[in-house]
Design a protein around this ligand. Structure first.
Ligand SMILES: [Zn+2]
Length: 260
């Protein structure tokens, strides 16, 4: 049997058309693993191309079982507790976008959302943005990388609907309630390139959530722009006891979500 180049290309094109983007992406991950072996974000051990963490680290991750409410959202879910075990991987991801972290974190959010009561038909995934200045300095937005991976896992498009228009200070560096509240107000805006989001069901994602002020600020802007429902999810979530109690007294729009 003779295979011509045209025949092979036709067969490849036919197979590609029959597959959805999610399946193609799994094949891509399998192939890319030969060049850049997949590693565990916590211990750097080599793991299977479709694994998120190694078995040992996975068993050390504390799943988040709280029921935090985030203002302006219709539901919130998180995969794990932001504790001493997972913190180094989260912080490393803010300094270095190499490796498997974005995929592992996307898998975590995917799991948390599927296990949540609000799991359903989302129209778009929207990542929490960073400022242009931060983007120039760092070169990437870690939450956007997670969103890009999540679109394959959930088979939902992602859209950079929001822009961050104001840099925020560390909440712990601010003293008064008014100062902290002002710090988290008018931080986000809807991008002129966002398209129509009226009536859309949005899954808003972030890498880490502390008291929820960042997600709440972003959700408020999306709702004001006409979004139908806004659900929020993060990979990690601080537990209430981990936060400074003085920050909790300032309400839902004044937390210490200063991961950036
Ligand atoms: Zn590991």
């Amino acid at each position: 049997m003779i295979f011509t180049a045209a025949g092979i290309l036709s067969a490849a094109y036919y197979i590609t058309m029959k597959m959805n983007r999610s399946k193609l992406h799994r094949i891509y991950r399998y192939l890319i693993d030969w060049l850049y072996p997949n590693i565990c974000p916590c211990c750097n051990k080599h793991i299977a191309h479709d694994a998120d963490f190694c078995e040992s680290c996975k068993s050390s991750i504390t799943r988040y079982t709280g029921s935090s409410a985030v203002s302006y959202t219709n539901g919130f879910a998180a995969f794990c507790v932001y504790d001493d075990f997972i913190r180094p991987a989260v912080l490393e991801f803010k300094k270095n976008d190499c490796g498997n972290t974005y995929y592992a974190f996307a898998c975590g959010i995917d799991t948390a959302v599927k296990e949540s009561v609000f799991c359903g038909d989302f129209d778009i995934i929207v990542p929490i943005p960073i400022t242009d200045a931060k983007m120039s300095e760092r070169g990437y937005n870690q939450t956007e990388l997670i969103a890009k991976e999540l679109r394959f896992l959930m088979e939902i498009p992602y859209n950079k609907v929001l822009i961050k228009v104001k840099d925020t200070s560390e909440q712990k560096s601010l003293k008064g309630v008014a100062e902290r509240k002002a710090n988290t107000e008018d931080v986000f805006a809807v991008s002129s390139k966002a398209g129509d989001i009226k009536g859309k069901r949005i899954l808003l994602i972030d890498d880490v959530c502390t008291t929820g002020s960042t997600l709440a600020s972003a959700a408020k802007v999306l709702k004001e722009a006409g979004a139908g429902k806004v659900y929020a999810a993060s990979f990690a979530k601080t537990e209430k006891k981990q936060r400074d109690t003085s920050e909790n007294n300032t309400g839902t729009l004044c937390s210490a979500d200063q991961q950036d």
